[in-house]
Design a protein around this ligand. Structure first.
Ligand code: GDD
Ligand code: MN
Length: 386
């Protein structure tokens, strides 16, 4: 029988906190039918062994072990995916979120017309214990940015502590970005209808063991989430990155052309060919590092990747010139014909290289993982028996 409340807990390198986490939740929720679902990304500190032990001792402890993947938000979504409870909470494993808020969160969802309850650091008596002024300032800035861009009227949209009805999860899950840390904001922006939200204040505590996983990359992922959920409806974020890379490639092309033709007095066609090849290589490298960083090609696969990319861009160039020429013949002004041709070339290059070059990269990655870990199959979920 499903329990009433699942508490999903993303955990990476939190072995020393896991047992205590179960104890404090148990103490906070007497008389409630709850379970905790840890989602551990194969932490190197041996969290898995600890989770096996805890779930042997206590049937309220379940877990998902993900191998070869990382990410707080995606971990939470996978934990929610194995819950059948009416209410689902998300809470950190490091005891910084106040478990004593859980009963009032649950009571609010049970008794009020409300879809989502947020534990808020910035609501009336909420607060933060012992943060450096830099970290506090960064958090304030992130919160402010979110309220400017998304207009979501909550005081702490970046909170990692909240509880919702399972229907909210079900209606939003396919629209969610699942990128980075900000799972709550992802829910607020992905739900098909505006959510009825309540905020309850709490004081964010200090960590006892381990360290925070928040870093520059998490900050960048946060900006990507905001972009995806605003402009992304009209334009895929990876296409915007691709265009930016293309524009910087154009600047590089012109610089190389000037160097070859003007400074070194080479023939124009040789200079143009060198500049084209140079720009294509740098475009490939930057797209590989930034736009498609999660499927990055490495080592011996780089050269075939660049060659494939060059062939695709070659077709893109032909399409570009053919279309531009056709329009020019039809008396479209030269500059408009040029822009349309270049635009079509860019869309072609993006769509086809994404599918072919970085589609192949995904297959390479999967094959490599398979070779490195032949005995590791799908993520393991467990309630002791499974
Ligand atoms: N499975 C998994 N995979 N868990 C992760 C990962 C990951 O890649 N990265 C972090 N976690 C887990 C941590 O183990 C911890 O339980 C929780 O996610 C939060 O990570 P911290 O590194 O402790 O983040 P923080 O304390 O700086 O910030 C947290 O609290 C803020 C206030 O609620 C986060 O939840 C923020 O999103 C939140 O704003
Ligand atoms: Mn933390």
């Amino acid at each position: 029988m499903a329990c009433e409340l699942s508490i999903v807990v993303p955990a990476y390198n939190e072995r020393l906190n896991l047992g205590r986490m179960v104890d404090v939740v148990a103490r906070a929720l007497p008389g409630t039918d709850w379970e905790v679902i840890f989602v551990d990304d194969d932490s190197p500190d041996g969290s898995y062994d600890e989770l096996v032990e805890l779930s042997k001792r206590n049937s309220k402890v379940r877990f998902v072990r993900r191998v070869g993947r990382r990410g707080l938000a995606s971990a939470c979504l996978e934990g929610m995916g194995i819950s059948a409870a009416e209410f689902i909470a998300v809470m950190d494993a490091d005891l910084q979120h106040d478990e004593m808020l859980l009963p009032s969160m649950l009571a609010t969802l049970r008794n009020e017309p409300c879809d989502l309850v947020i534990g808020s650091r910035y609501h009336s008596h909420g607060g933060i214990d012992g943060w450096s002024s830099d970290r506090a300032c960064l958090s304030r800035m992130g919160t402010q940015l979110s309220s400017w861009i998304t207009k979501v009227p909550v005081s702490d949209p970046l909170s990692g502590f909240f509880m919702l009805r399972r229907e909210v999860y079900e209606s939003a899950v396919r629209q969610m970005s699942g990128t980075g840390f900000k799972i709550l904001l992802d829910f607020l922006l992905s739900a098909p209808a505006p959510l009825r939200v309540r905020e309850l204040p709490y004081v964010f505590r200090q960590r006892l063991h381990g360290e925070s996983k928040l870093d520059v990359m998490v900050g960048l992922e946060y900006l990507t989430l905001l972009l995806e959920k605003t402009a992304g409806r009209f334009l895929p974020v990876s296409f915007v990155f691709y265009l930016l890379v293309g524009l910087s490639g154009l600047a590089f092309h012109l610089a190389l052309l000037a160097l070859m033709h003007v400074a070194l007095s080479q023939q124009f066609w040789i200079s143009q060919a060198v500049a084209t090849a140079g720009a294509m290589c740098t475009n490939f490298v930057i797209n590989n590092l930034a736009t498609f960083r999660h499927r990055r090609l490495k080592g011996a696969n780089l050269l075939p990747g660049i060659m494939l990319y060059a062939v695709i861009c070659g077709f893109g160039a032909v399409a570009n010139v053919e279309v531009a020429d056709y329009l020019f013949e039809k008396s479209v002004p030269w500059w408009l014909a040029g822009v349309v041709g270049a635009g079509i070339g860019a869309v072609w290059n993006y769509a086809v290289s994404k599918q072919v070059v970085w589609g192949w990269a995904v297959q390479v990655l999967q094959r490599r993982k398979h070779r490195e870990a032949p005995s590791m199959g799908a993520p393991v979920s467990s309630r002791g028996a499974l």
